[in-house]
Design a protein around this ligand. Structure first.
Ligand SMILES: Nc1ncnc2c1ncn2[C@@H]1O[C@H](COP(=O)(O)OP(=O)(O)OP(=O)(O)O)[C@@H](O)[C@H]1O
Ligand SMILES: [Mg+2]
Length: 421
């Protein structure tokens, strides 16, 4: 058993965590430990429910290649559920699609199933729009088709870029200056400088354990800096209670279940409104964006993961906070729900809200963020326009960007627009 444990620690890269207490691990670190714990038992069949939902893109790939190896070398049978198909289709032998609401399940090869259903990763969506056959499932397969497209040369369509640090510096809603923090001697943030202005949507990315959640918690005062300061609307929040910060700053934590306590979704929303003295405010649009209308009378803790996530988002967003902090908001959401969330956030951005979203979801970032901040071991290593950051990076680039290697082309719509020109 000892040997087996050592092997697994190495296989999924968690050897450095071996002496850590579970409740001190970051979300993604916990998820990797859970997968490791199951693997040490050497099962014949492995069932995984969204195993990569909290993993950074690199860790997700590591876990999936480990699983693939166990599958091919040891004959392990693996059944896993996943929303981010772009991460898994290339590994799957078969896909079982459950449409829900009594619809007929569909079982077949990835190509058969993806050609028949509406839920699909960006590459497949683009391929279907452009009639690429046989349907490409990997970037490599898609590249052949991409090369044959004639797109305008870069000079024709260069757009002025928004985003990048400092844009909001003068009228920043949020300002962090030389912020340091450590958990019992373990440094988690090392000299963070960040300013976010109204109308900005900043995606906070970075490997598991790089400090994203710790940074967000500082903005609502749940964690206080060891050194440096946090200002909201030009005021240092030192000494301001969490409750009073929360009146203007909406924070949806990484574990959304921790927010939900009422008996129905409706009561959760009403509670928030009451505590903000907003009773009677309407929230139909919000419910529609988050596809929650049918769940208003459900018991929040009996909902599915994605429904709970959306209920938590609604419970915070219903108060219309000026600063919105989201920690991994798309866990459990399908492509349509993600698109609706991304549209909703774009609308909030246009209303002048400042949004900071910590996420591993590259496709979500491509669809709605104009600025990306990447954390590495507690420091900001990149802060710049989303298009540029994504196309300069191997790990954080979207499928469309990988396919064309052109920073004007990040999402499917960019390609369709370029073709139409
Ligand atoms: N309560 C805690 N006690 C001790 N160390 C902690 C605690 N919470 C987090 N850490 C450590 O601090 C570092 C930053 O953690 P944080 O949760 O901010 O990472 P993250 O970027 O949000 O990661 P993930 O992508 O996995 O959610 C990690 O090394 C983590 O193990
Ligand atoms: Mg986190």
């Amino acid at each position: 058993m000892r040997k087996r444990i050592e092997e697994v620690l190495d296989q999924i890269n968690i050897a450095h965590l071996r002496h850590r207490k579970i409740n001190t691990l970051s979300g993604g670190e916990k998820q990797r430990v859970a997968i490791g714990a199951v693997l040490t038992l050497q099962p014949k069949i492995l069932v995984l429910d969204e195993p990569t939902s909290q993993l950074d893109p690199q860790a997700a790939e590591e876990v999936l290649t480990t699983l693939q190896k166990l599958n091919s070398d040891l004959g392990l049978t693996i059944v896993l559920s996943e929303h981010r198909l772009e991460r898994v289709v290339q590994y799957a032998d078969r896909i079982l699609y459950l449409p829900g609401q009594g619809g007929r399940p569909l079982l077949g090869s990835p190509r058969e199933v993806l050609s028949q259903v509406d839920l699909m990763p960006p590459l497949v969506k683009l391929a279907k729009k452009l009639d690429w056959t046989p349907l490409p499932l990997t970037i490599k397969e898609g590249r052949r088709f991409a090369r044959s497209l004639s797109l305008p040369s870069p000079a024709d369509a260069a757009e002025p870029e928004a985003g990048g640090n400092g844009r909001g510096a003068r009228n920043a809603l949020l300002l962090m200056e030389d912020l340091w923090f450590s958990y019992n001697g373990n440094e988690a943030l090392k000299g963070i400088n960040l300013s976010v202005g109204p109308g900005e949507l900043v995606a906070l990315m970075g490997r598991n354990g790089s400090g994203k959640t710790t940074l967000l918690k500082h903005i609502v005062g749940l964690i206080r800096p060891a050194r440096g300061r946090v200002q909201l609307w030009g005021q240092d929040i030192k000494g301001t209670e969490v409750q009073s910060i929360a009146r203007k700053v909406g924070y949806v934590p990484q574990d959304p279940g921790s927010l939900l306590f009422a008996d129905t979704v409706r009561e959760e929303l009403e509670f928030t409104l009451r505590s903000h003295n907003l009773s009677g405010a309407r929230y139909d649009d919000l419910l529609q964006s988050l596809q929650l209308s049918g769940l208003l009378d459900s018991y929040p803790r009996d909902l599915s993961g994605g429904e709970r996530q959306r209920a938590a988002l609604a419970a915070i967003l219903v108060a219309d906070p000026a600063i919105i902090l989201l920690d991994e908001p798309t866990r459990g959401l399908d492509y349509y729900q993600k698109q609706a969330l991304s549209q909703f956030l774009s609308q909030k951005k246009a209303e002048g809200k400042a949004i900071i979203m910590s996420t591993h979801d590259v496709e979500l970032v491509a669809s709605c963020a104009e600025r990306v901040v990447i954390l590495g071991e507690g420091q900001i290593v990149v802060d710049g326009p989303a298009r540029k950051v994504m196309s300069d990076s191997m790990v954080f680039s979207s499928q469309v960007n990988k396919l064309f290697g052109d920073d004007r082309l990040i999402v499917v719509e960019d390609v369709l627009r370029a073709i139409a020109q």
